[in-house]
Design a protein around this ligand. Structure first.
Ligand code: XCC
Length: 662
């Protein structure tokens, strides 16, 4: 049996091993980590246990921007030394931070630009496999940036929209198109600070250039360009990715979805799509429904072909089409340990290189499909949007042949959580106001009357440095218990789905005010918005809350807060910075790549707020994090004059047991 031979050859016995229950609260992942241990297969959890984070790098106290160094400062005595060129700790940390923002913003912009290229090719008739699915959305996006829609054909509108949105990336002067959606007072603040993005390419390039040795050496000035580059992500590339995704593939609306590894089927050909761009996924849906391929699968003895998603493109497709989702970033290796995955096709971002080895151990086909992401040891079948099925059909054929030759035992955790997803900005409008009075007014009213205390965005990654999903789940439970409505994206949304908080029945977790609203509307206390680029939906929702009125004139006035409690990627830092620059208090967990009690730290954590923006916060502890966010929400309520005497409800152990039992 060739696969068994591979299993032995390809594995490395983990050195320091941690108990699976210590590293994750995801039961499926726990079960698979146990099996991986038995099979002698290593995962990122094992590597994290054996790789101590570099203490100097963790605090960003090193500089490797030139060959006079690399220079390492002592994070305990940050002002005792400077680098060879004289760069002090604030310059070094702000430059490192800036490069994280630049990379994160580049990622989302690169993704958004691909979406826009596909849109252009669809409009010009160069791509037939996709179409404009949502004409309403097309018109609405176009008119939001001043394009005339009345009496014009979809093609005319779409052509103008393409030309306008291209500026998001390529414009060298002026303001990006979606700056028109920013609440006036927020935009005024940005103009005063000179941080309105021009075009993403220009901003990323300038940030990279300014962080070169001997260029920008004032942390305050570097921070300004960080904000501008990050805003070019949130209000630029990410927003384009979301809006064009909706136009091409449909705007999400509430849909019931199954999540967790139990969505794999032992008697079917299982294919996972993992990554970030919806194009590959959309074509894969077409391929798995191709009658000839379904027939081939049946001839191979399968009951059918089972397509499931993971990570962000999975979130997009579950929100749009209800495609099942197998888990978040820290479960991508574990899911292969089931032995049931016949093929995993990946595109870009958050694809662990370690997947190649685990896939090899279980004889799973791992396919890279994107020209900008190859992995040594994976098979590359390039995906071309102009001819998408050549790639996706091939993936399906290879998956079927693996199914036919399965020889290793299969173990699928029998765990599935159902939840309601697909809460786009448009759907929330409809949900709250109905078709005739679609509006955010009921949300604002309920915030003003105090039933809903405020709104929190809890988003972002999972990270093996903390217990997978635990910080997300504890934080969100604490927030909803205190009547804070939670909006979610990314791996966090999957964590809360597995914990059962994305169903209307989860209203029992909510405080009395939020619980009442949830029961009246029939909505969960936790609303899933989709992938990480869909954080732009949260920006739109916040702008709409400002526009409806009664909650201040800028995003910074709103009783809202954000968090990425288990972040790990540079994209998360870019997202954090654009939320902060948009006016939101944003708390990160795990670790923060800055030395405390330095000028740069004070700048991000205090001074930005004094400039009319938001500010950063940090705590690894979910309860402390909740407290910080709730205090901030209460502070904003007070400033708006809508504070009533309300006690913060703290869950004691008895409460928690009651909730868990519920
Ligand atoms: Fe990646 Fe987007 Fe983070 Fe998850 S949340 S680990 S960035 S997949 Ni987007």
């Amino acid at each position: 049996m060739p696969q068994e031979k591979t299993l032995k050859e390809a594995t490395i016995a983990p050195r320091k091993a941690r108990d699976p229950e210590e590293v994750t609260i995801c039961e499926s992942t726990t079960q698979m980590l146990r099996k991986a241990r038995r099979d002698g297969v290593e995962t990122a959890f094992d590597r994290a246990a054996n790789m101590r984070a570099c203490p100097i790098g963790e605090k960003s106290a090193c500089c490797k921007h030139c060959a006079m160094g690399p220079c390492r400062l002592n994070a305990k005595y940050p002002y005792k030394q400077v680098g060879v060129c004289g760069a002090n700790i604030d310059t070094i940390m702000s430059r490192n931070f800036a490069r994280m923002v630049a990379t994160g913003s580049a990622c989302h912009n690169d993704h958004g630009m691909t979406m826009l290229n596909v849109f252009r090719d669809v409009v010009n008739g160069d791509i037939d496999d996709y179409d404009i699915k949502d004409i309403n959305k097309l018109e609405q996006v176009a008119s939001s940036i001043g394009i005339e829609v009345d009496g014009r054909s979809p093609k005319e509108i779409a052509t103008d929209l393409y030309q306008e949105l291209e500026k998001t990336y390529t414009q060298v002067e002026g303001e990006i198109p979606f700056a028109k959606r920013v609440p006036e007072k927020t935009l005024e603040t940005w103009r005063k600070l000179d941080i309105v993005p021009r075009g993403a390419m220009r901003e990323v390039m300038e940030l990279m250039s300014r962080t070169h040795m001997g260029c920008d050496q004032h942390y305050e000035n570097i921070t300004k360009q960080c904000s501008r580059t990050a805003l070019a992500d949130g209000w630029g590339g990410s927003m384009v990715a979301t809006e064009i995704g909706d136009i091409l593939f449909g705007t999400p609306s509430a849909v019931s979805v199954e999540v967790n590894m139990g969505v794999l089927k032992e008697d079917q050909v299982n294919i996972i799509v993992h990554g970030h761009e919806p194009n590959l996924f959309d074509s894969m849906i077409a391929s798995v429904n191709e009658p000839t391929l379904v027939e081939t699968a049946k001839k191979a003895g399968a009951k059918g072909i089972n397509l499931v998603g993971m990570c962000c493109s999975g979130l997009e497709m579950m929100s749009r089409y209800g495609v099942p989702h197998a888990g978040n970033f820290m479960s991508t290796e574990a899911v292969l340990v089931t032995g049931a995955v016949d093929a995993m096709a990946v595109d870009i971002q958050c694809i662990k290189q370690g997947l190649a080895k685990v896939a090899e151990c279980y004889g799973t086909h791992l396919f890279t499909t994107n020209p900008r992401c190859h992995i040594e040891g994976a098979q590359h079948i390039e995906f071309h949007e102009r001819d998408p099925k050549t790639c996706t059909d091939e993936v399906v054929i290879k998956a079927i042949s693996r199914f036919k030759n399965r020889s290793l035992p299969i173990e699928i955790p029998k765990i599935v959580s159902k939840g309601i997803h697909g809460f786009s900005h448009e759907y929330i409008n409809y949900m709250l106001g109905g078709s005739f009075r679609a509006s955010y007014s009921p949300l604002n009213d309920n915030i003003i009357n105090g039933r809903i205390r405020g709104v929190a965005g809890v988003v972002g990654c999972v990270n093996p440095r903390v217990k997978q999903d635990w910080v997300h789940v504890e934080l969100v439970k604490e927030l909803v218990k205190n009547d804070v409505l939670v909006l979610q994206t990314g791996c966090s949304q999957i964590a809360l789905t597995k914990a059962g908080l994305t169903t209307p029945e989860a209203a029992i977790y909510a405080g009395p005010g939020l619980g009442e609203v949830c029961e009246t509307v029939g909505m969960p206390p936790v609303l899933g918005f989709g992938a990480c680029v869909d954080n732009s939906r949260i920006l739109i929702a916040a702008s709409e809350m400002v526009r409806i009125g009664g909650l201040g004139d800028s995003i910074a006035d709103l009783p809202v807060a954000g968090a990425a409690p288990e972040w790990m990627s540079e994209k998360a830092i870019a997202i954090g910075q654009y939320f902060v620059a948009s006016g939101v208090f944003t708390v990160f967990g795990v670790t923060f790549p800055i030395v405390e009690e330095t000028k740069f730290h004070k700048h991000l954590f205090e001074e930005l707020e004094q400039q009319g923006l938001g500010k950063w916060g940090f705590s690894p502890d979910p309860y402390e994090m909740a407290k910080m966010m709730i205090n901030h929400i209460d502070k904003k309520r007070k400033a708006l004059g809508i504070d009533k005497a309300r006690e913060r409800v703290l869950m004691d152990m008895a409460d928690r047991r009651a909730v868990d039992a519920g």
